[in-house]
Design a protein around this ligand. Structure first.
Ligand code: 2AM
Ligand code: CA
Ligand code: CA
Ligand code: CA
Length: 267
């Protein structure tokens, strides 16, 4: 039997410690570079934070493996065993430009199943946490199960990128949805956006290109309060690849699939 309580104790301790050093880093200047494209940014703090987690996990749990955005984890061919899926800073552009609206995001999976999820909004000092089967929490307060809501009353999180001409999605599919919901928002951190679904601050979220470290923690937390995490066809996400992602309250998920996403892809 896995001792999840032990893993949880260390995970929370390391997340709080990393959060403190990220807040302290605000007084120093950042080293910024770009990765695959000019807007795909990384800083020395992203790298140092991932290295901090990798070092501690390897020392405390040598049999566990690590999948991290910045490449200090292991080269994984599968999700067998215990795998920490780590995004040291989710929302790097916000981190650089705003010094807020970014999070540490960590999911701990066993044989491909999410058991622990952590999203730590470092500046707000809000830790979203869930353990599979044991509920989701915002700091010490348990989050209630998500209630149904109609599309017309929903707040949709979507980046404007996907509503204008882009490489990944025909905006004709998403514009009618954006026109029907009560309002749209975009926070620029997938982890925070998923945490906001879990806490009811948002009702649904659509984005076209997330990697496992962007959604691993959020999936555990959202599902623990009854939310649904799929691709835009309603299918399960690929935890080893890049995915379009659709996260929503129950009921609303089905309604949006039927009235907008599936309807339009077949027309
Ligand atoms: P990141 O900040 O960890 O890179 C921004 O809209 C959201 O999408 C963030 O959660 C960001 O994570 C994520 N994202 C995923 N792939 C990205 C990419 N290639 N460029 C910028 N943001 C990306
Ligand atoms: Ca990144
Ligand atoms: Ca990310
Ligand atoms: Ca990141």
């Amino acid at each position: 039997m896995m001792n999840w309580a032990e893993v949880d104790t260390y995970a929370k301790r390391w997340i709080m410690e990393a959060g403190m050093s990220i807040r302290e880093s605000f007084t120093h200047s950042l080293q910024i570079s770009s990765k695959s494209e000019p807007n795909d940014l990384v800083t020395n703090i992203d790298k140092e934070t991932e290295q901090f987690f990798a070092r501690n996990i390897r020392e405390q749990f040598p049999s566990h493996r690590i999948l991290g955005e910045e490449g200090f984890g292991d080269k994984l061919q599968s999700l067998n065993g215990v795998v920490w899926i780590i995004d040291p800073i989710d929302g790097t552009m916000n981190f650089i430009h705003q010094r807020r609206n970014f999070a540490i995001s960590i999911g701990v999976y066993k044989d491909g199943v999410g058991h622990l999820g952590y999203i730590y909004d470092v500046v707000q000092d809000e830790l979203y946490f869930a353990e599979k089967g044991k509920g989701a929490f915002l700091n010490d307060v348990q989050l209630p199960n998500l209630q149904q809501k109609k599309v017309e009353e929903a707040i949709l999180n979507i980046n404007a990128t996907w509503l204008i001409r882009n490489k990944r999605m025909d905006p004709k599919i998403l514009i009618p949805l954006a026109n029907t919901v009560r309002g749209t928002r975009s926070f620029g951190s997938a982890a925070i956006e998923m945490a906001y679904i879990a806490s009811g601050r948002l009702d649904c979220y659509i984005t076209m290109r997330l990697s496992p470290w962007d959604f691993a923690a959020g999936k555990v937390i959202v599902e623990e309060v009854g939310g649904i995490v799929t691709d835009l066809g309603g299918n399960p996400l690929n935890l080893m690849g890049v995915n379009p992602v659709f996260v929503s309250k129950p009921g609303l998920h089905q309604e949006i699939l039927e009235r907008f996403l599936l309807k339009n892809t077949h027309s």
